[in-house]
Design a protein around this ligand. Structure first.
Ligand code: FMN
Length: 563
């Protein structure tokens, strides 16, 4: 919103500058007609030293500087003598002021290069300085001006402002509808983007973290795509908005809403956050346009049905292409623990060129039966166009193997898989700070990608890995890579808990090192990442960490990916 305000301000300012500069050109035209052209003394712009001898300095003050001599020639002019080339350079004080102004602007542009709106304001300020301050000073000081220089100056200032104003996005009138996503592992965001693609002319899109009550009120209709996390909780990105909404006064609003609630029927609290949000919005006076729709594990038919109802409201008749998958070719498939027949872990390597990926991201894999739901896997690495996954073959209660984990574990080189990378923004590792990574089983996968990121990048903050599995002799996944990370000094500490070999669990190790963990987190600003199954591992690790980490760090420096 501030950007819109700034855009308007800059555009207004541009008009003022046009007005001032036209007035100024008029005045200059008058002055050029009546005043002498040129400088107020007989020396030329670039002169030889000889010409100095013929010149009588009015108020002479001379300073020796490295490489030359600086002289104050008259009230409005300074000269610089380059001793090596024996050249004299004379300029008005104004010219020097403008060079300094230009240097300041360049510095501003360099330091603020990512903050585009500030750059625009910087350019506008520069242009106004260039245009207004200098000519007035020049007229006051010497009563004369150089016509060509004044033209360059006025044109320069106007071009700067024109460029600044043109590069700004013009404030658009708001669409009538808004689609908002609240996502933890990227599915809700992905879905909202696909839906928005089919209706972008009629609809804006926003992450719930940027949403305010005021924004909601501005739209006629707001469609939420939200997932549920933890034990029926909101994704992290939605917490602030929920608090704002809870604290808001209830008042009848014209804004209509609908919630598409993503979840997984295996959880008792199926789609709980979607339902909670829906009720809260209604309590606060918003009008429910379409009933809340539950979506079990990204069921495409459920999504299409909800979108059809949205389409009827908005007059859109395009069915969205919901899930687009790419072809990945299997390069290798290695079973890492063949002795553990009921919990086989596979290292699956897939080929795909030019994938957009960040450490921590997930790969959504489509089952062979197209009407089944996709499954998400942490990416262990993406290097040289190959993606690596660590896949546990899931065995159901009736002894059959899991649909997607079964398919992945039985792949052979040359086979093809349909998959797509999903952004997992809440689990992207923070750069330049130390990391404490806590994983169990296949929860090791994202941490391999974290460590590879540090191995290939400039960032060399310390890393500490806690890893838990059953048997040292069977389940020592990525052992070679971990040893290499240690040798290279990337992995500073490695603590492993082998529950069946040694009877030690990850929470025991955390407890033993509680002082050092606290010191890393509180004093060194380390971020803590936990990945693995929620039941058993995740719950016990979080309970232990709660006693170790102070509240502010628990809130800001802890990230979980528990499934
Ligand atoms: C750690 C974890 C906890 C979850 N808790 C719930 C839950 O309590 N209720 C539910 O319906 N779904 C739950 N889910 C399933 C997600 O809501 C579902 O996978 C959703 O599609 C994820 O969307 P997102 O990627 O946009 O965050 C959970 C998933 C994970 C990984």
């Amino acid at each position: 919103m501030s950007s819109t305000w700034l855009t308007k301000a800059v555009l207004q300012f541009e008009r003022v500058l046009w007005l001032v500069s036209s007035g100024m050109l008029f005045v200059l035209g008058y002055l050029w007609g009546v005043l002498e052209f040129g400088m107020s003394h007989p020396l030329s712009f670039m002169a030889s030293l000889e010409s100095l001898s013929s010149f009588e300095f009015a108020e002479q003050s001379v300073h020796q500087l490295p490489g030359g001599i600086w002289a104050h020639i008259s009230e409005g002019e300074v000269g610089y003598v380059f001793t090596r080339t024996e050249q004299l350079f004379i300029s008005t004080v104004i010219f020097f002021c403008q060079v300094i102004l230009a240097i300041i602007m360049m510095l501003c542009l360099i330091t603020l290069r990512d903050k585009s709106y500030r750059i625009y304001s910087g350019v506008v300020l520069y242009a106004s300085g260039l245009l207004m301050v200098s000519p007035l000073y020049s007229l006051y000081e010497s009563g004369t001006v150089l016509p060509w220089w004044e033209l360059v100056r006025v044109a320069g200032a106007l071009l700067c402002v024109r460029w600044a104003a043109k590069s700004l996005p013009t404030p658009q009138p708001h669409s009538q509808a808004l689609i908002v996503y609240a996502s933890q592992t990227g599915s809700a965001k992905y879905l909202a983007q696909r839906l928005h693609d089919t209706a972008h002319a009629l609809m804006d899109i926003a992450c719930v973290s940027t949403l305010t009550e005021h924004t909601l009120q501005r739209y006629q209709r707001v469609f939420f795509v939200v997932s549920t996390y933890g034990q029926g909780e909101a994704p992290d990105s939605a917490r602030r908005f929920v608090t704002t909404l809870q604290e808001a006064n209830s008042a009848a609003s014209q804004t209509q809403f609908s919630v598409l609630a993503l979840g997984d029927r295996n959880y008792q609290t199926f789609c709980a956050f979607g339902h909670y949000l829906s009720e809260l919005l209604e309590q606060k006076g918003y009008q429910r346009a379409i009933p809340t729709t539950e979506i079990d594990r990204m069921d495409p038919q459920g999504v299409a049905h909800w979108w059809q109802q949205v389409g009827e409201l908005l007059g859109i008749h395009t069915a969205p292409e919901l899930f687009e998958y790419d072809d990945y070719t299997v390069v290798a498939n290695e079973c890492l623990n063949p002795e553990q027949t009921h919990r086989l872990a596979h290292r699956v390597t897939l080929f795909r060129a030019d994938v957009r990926y960040e450490a921590g991201d997930l790969l959504a894999v489509q089952p062979e039966q197209k009407d089944e739901h996709e499954r998400l896997y942490s990416i262990a690495s993406y290097q040289d166009n190959t993606i690596e996954l660590l896949v546990r073959q899931h065995i159901r209660a009736d002894g059959t193997i899991g649909l997607v984990s079964g398919m992945l574990s039985q792949l052979t080189p040359g086979d093809r898989v349909l998959a797509s990378v999903r952004e997992h923004t809440t689990f992207h590792p923070k750069t330049t700070v130390p990391w404490i990574m806590i994983g169990a089983g296949t929860g090791l996968a994202p941490f391999i990608s974290f460590l590879k990121k540090r191995q290939t990048g400039q960032d060399n903050a310390p890393c500490w890995l806690f890893f838990g599995e059953q048997y040292l002799e069977h389940d020592d996944y990525f052992a070679k890579e971990l040893t290499e990370f240690q040798k290279q000094g990337i992995l500073t500490r490695l603590d492993r808990a082998w529950s069946r070999s040694d009877g030690v669990y990850v929470p025991d190790l955390l407890q033993q090192s509680h002082k050092a963990i606290r010191q890393w987190v509180v004093e060194q600003g380390a971020h803590v990442y936990v990945c693995g199954s929620r039941a058993g591992f995740g719950e016990s690790v979080l309970a232990t960490l709660q006693n170790i980490l102070p509240e502010p760090q628990w809130q800001l420096q802890l990230h979980t990916d528990l499934y």
